[in-house]
Design a protein around this ligand. Structure first.
Ligand SMILES: Nc1ncnc2c1ncn2[C@@H]1O[C@H](COP(=O)(O)OP(=O)(O)O)[C@@H](O)[C@H]1O
Ligand SMILES: [Mg+2]
Length: 211
């Protein structure tokens, strides 16, 4: 199907996903690529409406499976309306979070069985996968401190407590170990520019020629 490539940035709070997505988008745009920068949950009109249900308000308002269903509904809407058409048009799509976040947050941290999440993914999305995924890893306290410096009202996941975020981090480390071909583990304690260069070096290996 896809002529473009789909790059996802994953990891816990404050790892620098949004910063690195912007930096990567800027450099690829300056090289002449047609880049679409997007995010999950959200990225399409319907999915942004679902995002507000997920990222605002008190921590305990959904159980794990309900939350996984909401993320999956948002993901399908985002793919159908934004990501798949962009890939068909040959764009480089960079998403700030994607399905590995569901495995780490609703799976490892909430405790929803991995097979349930994989079945849900298969039913809603099929065999589609990112071309390459960067998992930005850093100690939980450092990530939460960075995230807190950002402010705003999208603090629901940040408010979950340290133990929750330790499970999230372990979940991402497990994914990186299980899928070393697709997933590149990145030391997110380094400075922004060093991380950017490491990401770009791996992206260069999968980039098509500029049209
Ligand atoms: N490598 C880094 N070193 C120092 N500060 C960083 C780094 N990456 C991001 N930050 C800062 O940490 C905060 C959270 O970064 P952000 O990109 O929003 O992370 P995420 O999207 O993963 O939650 C921002 O204020 C950002 O400027
Ligand atoms: Mg972010």
């Amino acid at each position: 199907m896809a002529k473009g490539i789909f790059i996802t940035l994953e990891g816990g709070e404050g790892g620098g996903k949004s910063s690195q997505a912007r930096m990567l988008g800027d450099v690829l745009t300056s090289r002449g690529y047609n880049v679409l920068l997007t995010r999950e949950p959200g990225g399409s009109t319907g999915a942004e409406a679902i995002r507000r249900l997920l990222v605002e308000g008190p921590g305990g308002k959904w159980d794990g499976i309900t939350e996984a269903l909401l993320h999956t509904a948002a993901r399908r809407d985002h793919l159908v309306n934004v990501v798949w058409p962009a890939l068909d048009a040959g764009k480089i799509v960079i998403s700030d979070r994607f399905s590995d976040s569901t495995l780490a947050y609703q799976g490892s941290a909430y405790g929803v069985a991995k097979q349930v999440l994989l079945d849900l993914y298969k039913a809603a999305i099929g065999d589609f996968k990112p071309t390459i995924t960067f998992i930005l890893d850093l100690p939980v306290d450092a990530g939460l401190a960075r995230a807190a410096s950002r402010g705003g009202k999208e603090t629901r996941y940040e408010s979950m407590g340290e133990e929750f975020h330790i499970k999230v981090r372990q979940g991402f480390l497990d994914i990186a170990k299980d899928e070393p071909g697709r997933c590149k583990l990145v030391d997110a304690t380094k400075d922004l520019e060093t991380i950017h260069r490491a990401i770009l070096a791996d992206v260069d290996k999968v980039l098509p020629p500029v049209k």
